[in-house]
Design a protein around this ligand. Structure first.
Ligand code: NAP
Ligand code: ZN
Length: 353
């Protein structure tokens, strides 16, 4: 084991603060990564504040962070996929049993024995739970370490590891492309990636935002149209016209008003994970044979496909790079939807701080 500096929360009500955690020595198939950048996902905040206590209870100390970009520092003797010095990335998953039908299908995210990057039992016994990317280093089995195509801005690439794959996966699953009218609800970290990716896939993209000041940005990011969702007239104008809507909202909101915008048999997919249940009228589904789905990040092969797709289309996240000492302030701003459009921590601030 070796020690690594990290930012951790000691309880659901504590701010994140400097701490020291243990990482395991790299095993035969492990890659040790010096973390350069880590994006701040709203899930980090839901988790450390224990807002998902029913389904994913937090344990403390909690070290969040699953949008990890770094440089390979050491490798185990059996590693073939990566070499020392490579720029690599890690997302929400650091382990799975690699034998079950889900793993065999490249859907490690649905493995019953998946190990999440933070908050899972640490099967190596290095620590009570896994610790995420708000840290200097991480040690991960090579299978869960992604190749970063050359030429991408590194800070802007980190958020692809969650916000990118979480939006790419359902957009692909539901055949988003030319001739399809697609809605993106909420212009935050996930929403702005969904907007860029849906545009690159060739769809007609409509962004729904509660923040009128984001309208110009939405168009710059790839929206063909912008709807201020608190304006009932603007919403009504789109009734019954969408093939697909991707809902990225992190808090309680009215799903029914979006279901009404779907065409016959259209689909709304939830990726946003508000802590409390959302109210759904049966008629939102009955009228128009409409469908409501969910989507959970993506498997490792599709995550690599997404990185390669983003490189081919010159897509990265729009990031506000911060020092780790600003992380608590960033969380407060995230809660106010005040992020353009992903905070990304420059980990040099932890190393040198
Ligand atoms: P984020 O950057 O905070 O973006 C969420 C956006 O939702 C905000 O920017 C805001 O957009 C809108 N919003 C916030 N509060 C709202 C409210 N009360 N009513 C209506 N709209 C509201 O968060 P994120 O990192 O993109 O994450 C979004 C959600 O996805 C979180 O719940 C996160 O946990 C979840 N998530 C799920 C997965 C998965 O695998 N399914 C993966 C990652 C994250 P506007 O200002 O444009 O209205
Ligand atoms: Zn995330």
């Amino acid at each position: 084991m070796f020690a690594s500096k990290a930012f951790a929360a000691a309880s659901a009500t504590s701010p994140l603060a400097l701490d020291t955690i243990n990482r395991r020595e790299p095993g035969p198939h492990d890659v040790q990564i010096d973390i350069l950048f880590c994006g701040i996902c709203h899930s980090d905040m839901h988790f450390v504040r224990n807002e998902w206590s029913d389904v994913f209870p937090a344990t403390y100390p909690a070290v969040p962070g699953h949008e990890i970009l770094g440089r390979v520092a050491r490798i185990g003797p059996e590693v073939t996929k990566h070499k020392v010095g490579d720029i690599v990335a890690v997302g929400c998953l650091v382990g799975s049993d690699m034998t079950c039908p889900a793993c065999q299908a490249g859907l490690e995210n649905f493995c019953a024995n998946a190990t999440m990057t933070f908050g899972s039992v640490d099967s190596f016994g290095t620590a009570p739970t896994t610790y995420g990317g708000y840290s200097e280093t991480i040690v991960v089995h090579e299978h869960f370490v992604l190749r970063v195509p050359p030429g991408l801005d590194l800070a802007g690439t980190a958020p692809l590891l969650c916000a990118g794959i979480t939006t790419y996966s359902p957009l692909r699953r539901f055949g988003v492309g030319p001739g399809r009218k697609v809605g993106i609800v909420g212009l935050g970290g996930l929403g702005h990636m969904g907007t860029k990716i849906a545009r690159a896939l060739g769809a007609h993209v409509v962004v729904f935002t509660t923040t009128p000041a984001k309208a110009d940005d939405a168009r710059r990011l790839g929206a063909d149209e912008v709807v201020i969702s608190r304006d009932a007239n603007q919403m009504r104008a789109h009734a019954g016209t969408f093939d697909f809507i991707l809902d990225t909202v992190s808090a309680d909101h009215d799903l029914n008003q979006y279901m009404a915008l779907l065409r016959l048999q259209g689909n709304l997919t939830l990726v946003g994970a508000p802590p409390r249940p959302l109210a759904l009228s049966a008629f939102s589904l009955i009228f128009g044979n409409r469908n409501l789905s969910g989507s959970n990040i993506g498997g490792i092969p599709q995550t690599q496909e997404m990185l390669d797709f983003c490189a081919a289309h010159a897509i990265t996240a729009d990031v506000e790079v911060i020092a780790i000492q600003q992380v608590n302030e960033a969380y407060d701003r995230l809660l106010r939807s005040d992020v353009r459009y992903r905070f990304c921590i420059d980990m040099a601030s932890l190393r040198n701080g």
